[in-house]
Each structure stands twice: as structure tokens, then as C-alpha cells.
Design a binder for this molecule. Structure first.
Ligand SMILES: [Zn+2]
Length: 403
């Protein structure tokens, strides 16, 4: 069998079906950017590879997938963080123009190139932790011009980093100040002007459906327009209270429903019936010191696929570490390390609608692979603040992780 690349003597965690599926002393053959063979070294077909990488027993996993981020934004909110810890009440910070609207102002003022330049080191940190695909949302422009500029920044990042980017339009993230008191008018702007312009530029449409965001009825209206434009949908739901957005989104064919601290059993039955992925974001839970966790035991009982993501954003989860999110999913939410790894591979791929192409190590899949200096896959979730990743292969190409 002729091939471009042979990974020789690796321990393989395929993650097929959400399980490690461990093979010790294994091999992976890659040709034309695709995995063509995975199995035991002893069963390796006679292979002529142009390049061989000696695995020396290192662990090979699918390239990790961060399926929920807001990693492109202007400015940061460290001042606000400091003020809060000095005891300044949130209302006072908001009255001074803090909170999400300060990020909106900074993002509106930045060029696309400046937004990309600020996001690049954050994404490099994810790449050093084995990430080969990430989702990025707009939502700090809240006007057409800036929302498009955010997408342009994502396109620049996809061009020069060894990472695949899934782009999501989150125009309904917050109400822009110029629409104060006119929420329905802003929803009309999102539906009638922004979504038609975003179709062709992004992969999906998301809505922040909360009492402090947009209602279930407004979310449904936005989703109907998104679907008419051929875009898939996803939702921020049940984070701060139970609104019913997750079940509505699942019923409308959402790829994923995200946050879910307050989701209930009847919503979960809907997710189970529709195969919708539940995306848990432990970084936000940690940062906000939330005591109400998503119901992991019920998610298991209903066999809902669970993904984990960083939710990287300047306000509630300034976390650019997928391994930290996995550790928090285990320590704060009670996931097993196997569930956490499935949450950043096979189930995260499904949350982006890319499960036929990425997320597992199988013949026919895109050759996105991370190599780790560990003996067991549990070590990926076990360490805090340490990446054991030694090599990333993206589309069959070995990439320097310090690039
Ligand atoms: Zn989010």
C-alpha cells in the first residue's frame, strides 16, 4: 500500500462511538490528507510510505475540536475583573459602560487585521494543545459592518493557521445600544438584513436565548430565516434560567444546544429523540462561580451526546485551553476522562455537523491527529495547566505546534 505518511508504533485512541477503542503498538497510514488504514502494527499491510514518524509508544488521538468559542474580539475585560474583585458591584460596572458592550465598542473600533492579530496567539495556544478544528462566533459587532468584519478576521486566521474554522453568526448575542428599548426592531434587522448577507459567509446561526438575551419566540423567528437561507442553527440556552429554548431548538433541527445548566428531563427527551448534541461549557461555570451545574447524570440516562468546549470569550470564560475545559468537565461536572475526550472529538464534530469527516481515527476520515507524550488517555484530562501534546497532524501534514 503506497502512502504519504506512516505513524509507526503509536497507542491509538480511535474515539469511535465515544469510546477510547485503544490499540497499543498500532499504526496509522495517511495518503492525500486522508487516513487510509488504522490498526495493530502486526497487521500493517506492506506499506511504502514517503515519510515515517516514529511514535515511540506515544498516544494518538483525533485532532481536538473546540466547538464553541467567541475567540475573535477587540480589547479585553481585565479591568472589570479587577474591579469586581475589589468589590465594585456589577451594576456600577455596567453603568460605567462595562460588560459585553465594552467588548462591542472595542470590536467596532478594530480593523479585521487587528482582530485577527489579537486572536492569533489565543488560537496558537489551542493548537499547542492538539486542537485542529475550532468554531468561532461573531456577536461583538451587532451591526452588519462589524459582524462581517469579524468573519473576515476568521477567514484571515483560517488562511495562516493550521486549523479548520467553523464560522457562526451570533448577531442575536445582545441588544446594541442604538436599539435600546427596540428589541423587536433589532430582531428584524438580524432577520431581514444580516442573515441574508451572512448566508454564504458562515456555516451556522446562533442565538443567546436567555431572560437577559432573546426570547424563545424571537429565537424561533431567527432560526426560521436562517433555515430558509440554508444555514444550520445552534443556541445558547438554559444557562441562567429555564426558558425552553433548548427543546425548541432541538425540534427545529439544531446541531447543538449549549450551556444547559437549567435543562430539564422533558427537554432531554427531545434532544435524545433528535440526536442534538449538548455542549457543556465548564469554563463559564467556573468563572461565574455558578453553583447550578448541568445535569450530567440525566444526560447519560437519556444518552444525549455531550461535547465540551472552552467558550473562550472576554467576559465569562477567558479560557484558551481545551485541556483545562476537559479537566473542569471532570472535576466540576463529574464527567469521566473518556467522556471528556469524546466531548472534544467525536461529539464535538457532530456539534459542528462535521462528524462524517472529522472527530475519530478511522479509515476514510480526514487525517487530523494529535500525538501526546502520555501513557494513558486519562492523562489528557488529569493535568491542570500542562499540555503533553508533541505533534499535530493537520490534513495529513505534520505541523509544528509552536508555529
Ligand atoms: Zn458562548
Amino acid at each position: 500500500m503506497k502512502s504519504d505518511l506512516l505513524l509507526h508504533n503509536v497507542t491509538i485512541a480511535t474515539m469511535v462511538g465515544g469510546h477510547y477503542g485503544l490499540t497499543r503498538r498500532g499504526a496509522i497510514l495517511i495518503d492525500g490528507g486522508t487516513i487510509v488504514w488504522v490498526g495493530k502494527l502486526s497487521a500493517l499491510p506492506r506499506a511504502e510510505a514517503r515519510e515515517t514518524i516514529a511514535g515511540r509508544g506515544r498516544l494518538a488521538t483525533p485532532g481536538l475540536i473546540d466547538c464553541h468559542t467567541h475567540i475573535v474580539y477587540g480589547g479585553n475585560r481585565a479591568d472589570e475583573f479587577e474591579q469586581r474583585l475589589q468589590g465594585v458591584p456589577y451594576e456600577e460596572i455596567a453603568a460605567q459602560g462595562g460588560g459585553i458592550l465594552s467588548t462591542v465598542r472595542a470590536t467596532r473600533k478594530s480593523s479585521a487585521a487587528a482582530l485577527a492579530a489579537a486572536a492569533r496567539p489565543r488560537i496558537r495556544n489551542l493548537i499547542r494543545e492538539g486542537v485542529t478544528t475550532l468554531e468561532i462566533k461573531t456577536g461583538y459587532g451587532l451591526n452588519l459592518e462589524t459582524e462581517i468584519k469579524m468573519v473576515e478576521a476568521m477567514d484571515m486566521l483560517a488562511e495562516d493557521l493550521p486549523v479548520e474554522i467553523s464560522k457562526t453568526f451570533l448577531g442575536a448575542h445582545a441588544l446594541p445600544p442604538e436599539y435600546h428599548g427596540r428589541q423587536e426592531a433589532y430582531v428584524s434587522l438580524v432577520c431581514d438584513t444580516m442573515i441574508p448577507q451572512m448566508a454564504g459567509r458562515v456555516d451556522a446561526v446562533d442565538v443567546f436565548c436567555e431572560s437577559i438575551g432573546f426570547s424563545v419566540a424571537q429565537t424561533r423567528r431567527i432560526f426560521e430565516v436562517a433555515k430558509r437561507h440554508g444555514l444550520t442553527v445552534k443556541i445558547h440556552a438554559e444557562q441562567l434560567s429555564h426558558m425552553g429554548g433548548a427543546a425548541m431548538a432541538a425540534e427545529m433541527g439544531a446541531l447543538s444546544v449549549d450551556h444547559l445548566e437549567y435543562i430539564n428531563p422533558s427537554d432531554l427527551a427531545e434532544l435524545a429523540a433528535t440526536g442534538t448534541v449538548a455542549v457543556l461549557l465548564p469554563g463559564a461555570l467556573y468563572y461565574l462561580r455558578e453553583s447550578h451545574s448541568p445535569p450530567v447524570e440525566m444526560l447519560r440516562r437519556f444518552q444525549v451526546p455531550v461535547a465540551i468546549a472552552t467558550d473562550a470569550n472576554p467576559g465569562t470564560s477567558p479560557c484558551f485551553s481545551i485541556l483545562t475545559a476537559m479537566n473542569m468537565a471532570c472535576v466540576l461536572l463529574g464527567l469521566t476522562p473518556e467522556e471528556a475526550l469524546a466531548g472534544v472529538t467525536v461529539h464535538a464534530a457532530r456539534a459542528l455537523g462535521r462528524q462524517t469527516r472529522i472527530g475519530t481515527l478511522e479509515a476514510g476520515k480526514q487525517a487530523d491527529i494529535a500525538l501526546w507524550n502520555v501513557d494513558s488517555p486519562a492523562e489528557l484530562s488529569y493535568y491542570l495547566g500542562y499540555s503533553s501534546c508533541s505533534l499535530v497532524i493537520k490534513d495529513g501534514q505534520p505541523r509544528s505546534i509552536d508555529a
